[in-house]
Design a binder for this molecule. Structure first.
Ligand code: GDD
Ligand code: MN
Length: 381
Protein backbone atom coordinates (compact mmCIF):
# COMPACT_ATOMS: atom_id res chain seq x y z
CA UNK A 1 0.00 0.00 0.00
CA UNK A 2 1.25 3.47 -0.90
CA UNK A 3 1.98 5.74 2.07
CA UNK A 4 1.40 9.47 1.71
CA UNK A 5 4.32 11.79 2.52
CA UNK A 6 4.71 15.56 2.51
CA UNK A 7 6.61 17.43 -0.19
CA UNK A 8 9.10 19.13 2.09
CA UNK A 9 11.17 17.20 4.54
CA UNK A 10 9.64 18.09 7.86
CA UNK A 11 7.82 15.96 10.39
CA UNK A 12 4.31 17.14 11.18
CA UNK A 13 3.19 17.69 14.75
CA UNK A 14 0.05 15.55 14.33
CA UNK A 15 -1.71 13.67 17.07
CA UNK A 16 -0.01 10.43 17.84
CA UNK A 17 -2.11 7.31 17.62
CA UNK A 18 0.51 4.98 18.94
CA UNK A 19 3.60 5.25 21.11
CA UNK A 20 6.48 4.12 18.97
CA UNK A 21 7.26 4.15 15.24
CA UNK A 22 10.44 2.47 14.08
CA UNK A 23 11.69 3.11 10.55
CA UNK A 24 13.79 0.44 8.85
CA UNK A 25 15.44 1.91 5.76
CA UNK A 26 16.35 -0.71 3.19
CA UNK A 27 18.24 -1.03 -0.04
CA UNK A 28 18.84 -4.56 -1.31
CA UNK A 29 18.15 -6.21 2.03
CA UNK A 30 15.84 -9.00 0.82
CA UNK A 31 17.90 -11.59 2.68
CA UNK A 32 17.77 -9.72 5.99
CA UNK A 33 14.30 -8.26 6.07
CA UNK A 34 12.40 -11.29 7.34
CA UNK A 35 14.79 -11.93 10.17
CA UNK A 36 14.89 -8.29 11.38
CA UNK A 37 11.10 -7.92 11.23
CA UNK A 38 10.69 -11.13 13.15
CA UNK A 39 13.16 -10.14 15.89
CA UNK A 40 11.79 -6.62 16.28
CA UNK A 41 8.17 -7.77 16.38
CA UNK A 42 8.90 -10.36 19.01
CA UNK A 43 10.70 -7.82 21.15
CA UNK A 44 8.14 -5.02 20.81
CA UNK A 45 5.11 -7.29 21.17
CA UNK A 46 6.51 -8.04 24.60
CA UNK A 47 6.67 -4.45 25.85
CA UNK A 48 4.37 -2.38 23.62
CA UNK A 49 1.73 -4.80 22.34
CA UNK A 50 -0.33 -3.12 19.59
CA UNK A 51 1.27 0.20 20.46
CA UNK A 52 4.08 0.34 17.92
CA UNK A 53 4.64 0.13 14.19
CA UNK A 54 7.53 -0.93 11.96
CA UNK A 55 7.87 1.06 8.77
CA UNK A 56 10.10 -0.37 6.06
CA UNK A 57 11.17 2.38 3.65
CA UNK A 58 12.63 0.81 0.55
CA UNK A 59 14.10 2.68 -2.40
CA UNK A 60 12.68 0.37 -5.04
CA UNK A 61 15.51 -2.12 -4.48
CA UNK A 62 16.47 -4.19 -7.52
CA UNK A 63 16.35 -7.28 -5.27
CA UNK A 64 12.69 -6.40 -4.54
CA UNK A 65 13.07 -5.99 -0.79
CA UNK A 66 9.76 -4.10 -0.75
CA UNK A 67 8.00 -7.12 -2.20
CA UNK A 68 9.44 -9.45 0.40
CA UNK A 69 8.48 -6.98 3.14
CA UNK A 70 4.95 -6.70 1.80
CA UNK A 71 4.58 -10.48 1.83
CA UNK A 72 5.28 -10.38 5.58
CA UNK A 73 2.46 -7.96 6.43
CA UNK A 74 -0.28 -10.59 6.90
CA UNK A 75 1.83 -12.26 9.56
CA UNK A 76 2.97 -8.99 11.18
CA UNK A 77 0.04 -6.57 11.50
CA UNK A 78 2.26 -3.80 12.95
CA UNK A 79 4.39 -3.77 9.77
CA UNK A 80 3.96 -1.11 7.07
CA UNK A 81 5.91 -0.82 3.85
CA UNK A 82 6.83 2.23 1.81
CA UNK A 83 8.27 1.82 -1.68
CA UNK A 84 9.90 4.97 -2.99
CA UNK A 85 10.16 5.11 -6.73
CA UNK A 86 11.67 8.55 -7.19
CA UNK A 87 13.49 9.85 -4.14
CA UNK A 88 16.70 8.13 -3.04
CA UNK A 89 19.05 8.06 -0.07
CA UNK A 90 19.21 6.81 3.49
CA UNK A 91 18.52 10.08 5.34
CA UNK A 92 15.52 11.11 3.27
CA UNK A 93 14.17 7.56 3.58
CA UNK A 94 14.18 7.97 7.36
CA UNK A 95 12.39 11.31 7.26
CA UNK A 96 9.80 10.08 4.77
CA UNK A 97 9.16 7.16 7.06
CA UNK A 98 8.70 9.48 10.04
CA UNK A 99 6.33 11.66 8.04
CA UNK A 100 4.09 8.69 7.53
CA UNK A 101 4.55 7.53 11.12
CA UNK A 102 1.83 7.70 13.74
CA UNK A 103 4.00 7.41 16.83
CA UNK A 104 4.87 9.82 19.57
CA UNK A 105 8.43 8.52 19.57
CA UNK A 106 10.22 8.11 16.23
CA UNK A 107 13.15 5.74 15.76
CA UNK A 108 15.45 4.27 13.16
CA UNK A 109 17.39 1.01 12.92
CA UNK A 110 19.40 -0.62 10.11
CA UNK A 111 17.88 -3.63 8.40
CA UNK A 112 21.07 -5.66 8.24
CA UNK A 113 21.17 -6.76 11.92
CA UNK A 114 24.34 -4.80 12.60
CA UNK A 115 22.31 -2.92 15.19
CA UNK A 116 21.33 -5.43 17.91
CA UNK A 117 17.52 -5.31 18.36
CA UNK A 118 17.74 -5.85 22.17
CA UNK A 119 19.32 -2.39 22.56
CA UNK A 120 15.89 -0.97 21.67
CA UNK A 121 14.68 -1.79 25.18
CA UNK A 122 17.39 0.35 26.77
CA UNK A 123 16.81 3.16 24.29
CA UNK A 124 13.08 3.17 25.04
CA UNK A 125 13.87 3.16 28.75
CA UNK A 126 15.98 6.31 28.28
CA UNK A 127 13.05 8.04 26.59
CA UNK A 128 10.73 6.89 29.36
CA UNK A 129 13.12 8.41 31.92
CA UNK A 130 12.55 11.72 30.17
CA UNK A 131 15.21 11.92 27.44
CA UNK A 132 14.27 13.81 24.27
CA UNK A 133 16.61 11.68 22.22
CA UNK A 134 18.18 8.30 22.91
CA UNK A 135 21.11 7.17 20.78
CA UNK A 136 22.89 3.86 20.58
CA UNK A 137 26.62 4.43 20.75
CA UNK A 138 29.71 2.43 19.93
CA UNK A 139 31.70 4.62 22.29
CA UNK A 140 30.05 4.39 25.72
CA UNK A 141 29.77 1.62 28.28
CA UNK A 142 29.94 -1.80 26.74
CA UNK A 143 29.88 -0.33 23.22
CA UNK A 144 32.32 -1.10 20.43
CA UNK A 145 32.86 -2.52 16.99
CA UNK A 146 33.32 -6.21 16.19
CA UNK A 147 36.50 -6.55 14.17
CA UNK A 148 37.21 -3.45 12.22
CA UNK A 149 40.53 -2.85 10.50
CA UNK A 150 42.80 -0.07 11.74
CA UNK A 151 42.03 1.89 8.57
CA UNK A 152 38.28 1.73 9.11
CA UNK A 153 38.56 2.75 12.76
CA UNK A 154 40.83 5.61 11.74
CA UNK A 155 38.38 6.82 9.06
CA UNK A 156 35.47 6.65 11.48
CA UNK A 157 37.29 8.61 14.18
CA UNK A 158 38.67 11.02 11.59
CA UNK A 159 35.17 11.82 10.37
CA UNK A 160 34.07 12.40 13.94
CA UNK A 161 37.00 14.74 14.63
CA UNK A 162 36.26 16.71 11.47
CA UNK A 163 32.68 17.07 12.66
CA UNK A 164 33.91 18.29 16.04
CA UNK A 165 35.99 20.98 14.38
CA UNK A 166 33.26 22.22 12.04
CA UNK A 167 30.21 21.75 14.26
CA UNK A 168 31.28 21.35 17.90
CA UNK A 169 27.87 22.37 19.26
CA UNK A 170 26.19 19.50 17.42
CA UNK A 171 28.71 16.72 16.94
CA UNK A 172 30.13 17.18 20.44
CA UNK A 173 26.82 16.47 22.12
CA UNK A 174 26.97 12.71 21.61
CA UNK A 175 29.78 10.20 21.79
CA UNK A 176 28.80 8.54 18.48
CA UNK A 177 27.42 11.23 16.13
CA UNK A 178 27.57 8.80 13.19
CA UNK A 179 25.08 6.46 14.81
CA UNK A 180 22.22 5.36 12.61
CA UNK A 181 20.43 3.77 15.58
CA UNK A 182 18.44 6.20 17.74
CA UNK A 183 15.00 7.52 18.63
CA UNK A 184 13.61 10.98 19.27
CA UNK A 185 10.38 12.49 20.56
CA UNK A 186 8.23 13.78 17.74
CA UNK A 187 7.64 17.11 19.52
CA UNK A 188 11.38 17.87 19.41
CA UNK A 189 11.56 17.85 15.63
CA UNK A 190 7.98 18.66 14.56
CA UNK A 191 7.82 21.53 12.08
CA UNK A 192 11.60 21.74 11.51
CA UNK A 193 12.54 21.44 7.89
CA UNK A 194 15.24 18.80 7.56
CA UNK A 195 17.75 18.94 4.77
CA UNK A 196 19.92 15.91 5.29
CA UNK A 197 22.52 14.66 2.85
CA UNK A 198 23.78 11.13 2.74
CA UNK A 199 23.92 8.92 5.78
CA UNK A 200 24.13 11.10 8.85
CA UNK A 201 20.58 11.67 9.92
CA UNK A 202 21.44 11.94 13.62
CA UNK A 203 23.55 15.05 12.99
CA UNK A 204 20.63 16.66 11.18
CA UNK A 205 18.22 15.87 14.02
CA UNK A 206 20.66 17.25 16.62
CA UNK A 207 21.41 20.29 14.49
CA UNK A 208 17.85 21.33 13.73
CA UNK A 209 15.74 19.86 16.52
CA UNK A 210 15.06 21.26 19.99
CA UNK A 211 16.85 18.59 21.94
CA UNK A 212 17.76 19.12 25.56
CA UNK A 213 18.13 15.77 27.25
CA UNK A 214 20.13 13.11 25.45
CA UNK A 215 20.41 9.52 26.66
CA UNK A 216 23.11 7.20 25.32
CA UNK A 217 23.28 3.43 25.37
CA UNK A 218 26.35 1.39 24.44
CA UNK A 219 26.12 -1.32 21.80
CA UNK A 220 28.48 -3.44 19.75
CA UNK A 221 28.23 -2.85 16.02
CA UNK A 222 27.81 -6.37 14.64
CA UNK A 223 29.30 -7.74 11.44
CA UNK A 224 27.01 -7.82 8.44
CA UNK A 225 25.48 -11.27 7.96
CA UNK A 226 23.99 -10.92 4.48
CA UNK A 227 24.39 -8.50 1.56
CA UNK A 228 26.81 -5.58 1.32
CA UNK A 229 27.25 -2.15 2.90
CA UNK A 230 26.21 0.72 0.65
CA UNK A 231 28.91 3.05 1.95
CA UNK A 232 31.35 4.36 -0.67
CA UNK A 233 33.73 7.35 -0.84
CA UNK A 234 30.73 9.36 -2.00
CA UNK A 235 29.34 9.23 1.55
CA UNK A 236 32.46 11.01 2.85
CA UNK A 237 31.94 13.90 0.41
CA UNK A 238 28.26 14.08 1.33
CA UNK A 239 29.16 14.09 4.99
CA UNK A 240 31.45 17.09 4.54
CA UNK A 241 28.78 18.95 2.52
CA UNK A 242 26.27 18.17 5.21
CA UNK A 243 28.51 19.54 7.98
CA UNK A 244 29.12 22.77 6.07
CA UNK A 245 25.45 23.26 5.27
CA UNK A 246 24.46 22.85 8.90
CA UNK A 247 27.28 25.16 9.93
CA UNK A 248 25.83 27.96 7.81
CA UNK A 249 22.25 27.24 8.83
CA UNK A 250 23.27 27.62 12.48
CA UNK A 251 25.50 30.65 12.07
CA UNK A 252 24.02 33.37 14.30
CA UNK A 253 24.48 36.03 11.57
CA UNK A 254 20.85 37.15 11.51
CA UNK A 255 20.88 37.58 15.27
CA UNK A 256 24.14 39.47 15.25
CA UNK A 257 22.75 41.89 12.65
CA UNK A 258 19.68 42.55 14.79
CA UNK A 259 21.85 42.99 17.85
CA UNK A 260 23.88 45.59 15.95
CA UNK A 261 20.77 47.50 14.85
CA UNK A 262 19.45 47.52 18.41
CA UNK A 263 22.81 48.74 19.70
CA UNK A 264 22.72 51.56 17.15
CA UNK A 265 19.24 52.59 18.31
CA UNK A 266 20.61 52.71 21.85
CA UNK A 267 23.03 55.48 20.85
CA UNK A 268 20.04 57.69 19.99
CA UNK A 269 18.23 56.85 23.22
CA UNK A 270 21.39 57.71 25.14
CA UNK A 271 21.91 61.05 23.33
CA UNK A 272 18.25 62.02 23.57
CA UNK A 273 18.01 61.38 27.31
CA UNK A 274 21.30 63.19 27.90
CA UNK A 275 19.97 66.22 26.03
CA UNK A 276 16.73 66.31 28.05
CA UNK A 277 18.37 65.80 31.45
CA UNK A 278 21.49 67.91 31.04
CA UNK A 279 20.53 70.66 28.59
CA UNK A 280 16.85 71.10 29.36
CA UNK A 281 16.45 70.09 32.99
CA UNK A 282 19.90 71.19 34.04
CA UNK A 283 20.90 68.05 35.97
CA UNK A 284 24.59 67.44 36.74
CA UNK A 285 26.65 65.86 33.93
CA UNK A 286 27.69 62.66 35.70
CA UNK A 287 24.18 62.01 36.93
CA UNK A 288 22.76 62.66 33.46
CA UNK A 289 25.31 60.35 31.85
CA UNK A 290 24.51 57.51 34.25
CA UNK A 291 20.75 57.78 33.78
CA UNK A 292 21.07 58.10 29.99
CA UNK A 293 23.37 55.08 29.85
CA UNK A 294 21.08 52.99 32.02
CA UNK A 295 17.97 53.89 30.04
CA UNK A 296 19.75 53.00 26.80
CA UNK A 297 20.70 49.63 28.30
CA UNK A 298 17.07 48.95 29.32
CA UNK A 299 15.76 50.01 25.93
CA UNK A 300 18.33 47.81 24.19
CA UNK A 301 17.41 44.96 26.46
CA UNK A 302 13.72 45.17 25.61
CA UNK A 303 14.35 45.22 21.87
CA UNK A 304 16.77 42.34 22.12
CA UNK A 305 14.42 40.36 24.31
CA UNK A 306 11.45 40.87 22.01
CA UNK A 307 13.18 40.85 18.65
CA UNK A 308 16.83 39.72 18.44
CA UNK A 309 16.42 36.76 20.80
CA UNK A 310 12.62 36.63 20.69
CA UNK A 311 12.62 32.94 19.78
CA UNK A 312 14.56 32.11 22.92
CA UNK A 313 12.77 34.40 25.42
CA UNK A 314 9.47 32.93 24.21
CA UNK A 315 10.59 29.63 25.68
CA UNK A 316 11.35 31.21 29.07
CA UNK A 317 8.24 33.33 29.73
CA UNK A 318 7.29 35.27 32.87
CA UNK A 319 8.41 38.61 34.29
CA UNK A 320 10.77 36.95 36.79
CA UNK A 321 12.65 35.26 33.97
CA UNK A 322 12.73 38.53 32.03
CA UNK A 323 14.09 40.41 35.01
CA UNK A 324 16.80 37.80 35.38
CA UNK A 325 17.78 38.28 31.75
CA UNK A 326 17.78 42.04 32.21
CA UNK A 327 20.14 41.81 35.19
CA UNK A 328 22.54 39.60 33.25
CA UNK A 329 22.38 41.85 30.21
CA UNK A 330 23.00 44.89 32.37
CA UNK A 331 26.01 43.36 34.08
CA UNK A 332 27.51 42.21 30.80
CA UNK A 333 27.01 45.66 29.23
CA UNK A 334 28.72 47.34 32.18
CA UNK A 335 31.66 44.99 31.86
CA UNK A 336 31.65 45.85 28.17
CA UNK A 337 31.91 49.51 29.06
CA UNK A 338 34.94 48.82 31.22
CA UNK A 339 36.49 46.80 28.41
CA UNK A 340 35.83 49.73 26.06
CA UNK A 341 37.63 52.18 28.31
CA UNK A 342 40.57 49.81 28.79
CA UNK A 343 40.89 49.18 25.05
CA UNK A 344 40.83 52.86 24.11
CA UNK A 345 43.46 53.53 26.73
CA UNK A 346 45.64 50.73 25.43
CA UNK A 347 45.31 51.69 21.76
CA UNK A 348 45.50 55.44 22.27
CA UNK A 349 47.86 55.93 25.19
CA UNK A 350 50.12 52.90 24.86
CA UNK A 351 50.16 52.26 21.10
CA UNK A 352 49.64 55.86 20.05
CA UNK A 353 46.71 55.20 17.74
CA UNK A 354 44.29 57.90 16.62
CA UNK A 355 41.68 58.51 19.33
CA UNK A 356 38.64 58.02 17.10
CA UNK A 357 40.06 54.99 15.32
CA UNK A 358 40.87 53.52 18.73
CA UNK A 359 37.32 54.12 19.91
CA UNK A 360 35.88 52.59 16.71
CA UNK A 361 37.96 49.43 17.18
CA UNK A 362 36.97 49.32 20.84
CA UNK A 363 33.25 49.68 20.01
CA UNK A 364 33.44 46.90 17.40
CA UNK A 365 35.24 44.60 19.82
CA UNK A 366 32.85 45.34 22.66
CA UNK A 367 29.79 44.81 20.41
CA UNK A 368 31.13 41.37 19.45
CA UNK A 369 31.92 40.58 23.07
CA UNK A 370 28.51 41.77 24.26
CA UNK A 371 26.74 39.76 21.62
CA UNK A 372 28.67 36.61 22.28
CA UNK A 373 28.47 36.67 26.07
CA UNK A 374 24.81 37.66 26.08
CA UNK A 375 23.98 34.86 23.66
CA UNK A 376 25.78 32.41 25.94
CA UNK A 377 24.45 33.74 29.25
CA UNK A 378 21.37 35.96 29.02
CA UNK A 379 19.59 34.24 26.14
CA UNK A 380 21.04 30.80 26.53
CA UNK A 381 19.58 28.21 24.19
N1 GDD B 1 15.90 3.37 1.73
C1 GDD B 1 17.25 3.37 1.68
N2 GDD B 1 17.88 4.10 0.72
N3 GDD B 1 17.94 2.64 2.56
C2 GDD B 1 19.30 2.64 2.47
C3 GDD B 1 20.01 3.38 1.49
C4 GDD B 1 19.23 4.16 0.56
O1 GDD B 1 19.76 4.84 -0.31
N4 GDD B 1 21.33 3.17 1.69
C5 GDD B 1 21.44 2.33 2.73
N5 GDD B 1 20.22 2.00 3.20
C6 GDD B 1 19.89 1.12 4.34
C7 GDD B 1 20.56 -0.23 4.28
O2 GDD B 1 19.77 -1.16 3.59
C8 GDD B 1 20.69 -0.58 5.77
O3 GDD B 1 19.49 -1.08 6.28
C9 GDD B 1 20.96 0.77 6.40
O4 GDD B 1 20.42 1.74 5.49
C10 GDD B 1 22.46 1.03 6.66
O5 GDD B 1 23.18 0.89 5.46
P1 GDD B 1 24.60 0.15 5.38
O6 GDD B 1 25.07 0.26 3.98
O7 GDD B 1 24.51 -1.21 5.98
O8 GDD B 1 25.47 1.14 6.28
P2 GDD B 1 26.68 0.79 7.27
O9 GDD B 1 26.47 -0.50 7.97
O10 GDD B 1 27.96 0.96 6.55
O11 GDD B 1 26.51 2.01 8.32
C11 GDD B 1 25.43 2.03 9.23
O12 GDD B 1 25.82 1.99 10.57
C12 GDD B 1 26.60 3.05 10.98
C13 GDD B 1 26.98 2.92 12.43
O13 GDD B 1 25.86 2.97 13.26
C14 GDD B 1 24.57 3.27 9.02
O14 GDD B 1 23.43 3.21 9.82
C15 GDD B 1 25.35 4.49 9.36
O15 GDD B 1 24.49 5.63 9.29
C16 GDD B 1 25.89 4.34 10.78
O16 GDD B 1 26.79 5.37 11.01
MN1 MN C 1 25.21 -1.93 7.72
Amino acid sequence: PAIQTFGSTFVHAGTSLIYFSLVIPTYNECRNIQSIVEKLSQLLDGILPGNYELIVVDDDSPDRTWEVALSLTPEYPQLRVMRREEERGLSTAVIRGWQAAQGEVLGVIDADLQHPPETLLQLLAEIQRGADLAAASRHVGEGGVSDWSVVRRFLSRGAQTLGLVILPGVVGRVSDPMSGYFMVRRTCIAGKTMNPAGYKILIEVLGRGDIRWIGEVGYVFQERQEGDSKVTWKQYIEYLQHLLRLRFARWPMGKFLRFGIVGFSGVFVNMGVLYVLFDILGLGLTRSLIVAGELAIISNFLWNDLWTFGDISKRQPGSRQRLKRLLKFNTICLMGLILNVLLVNLLFNVLGMNKYLANLIAIATVTLWNFWINMKLSWRV
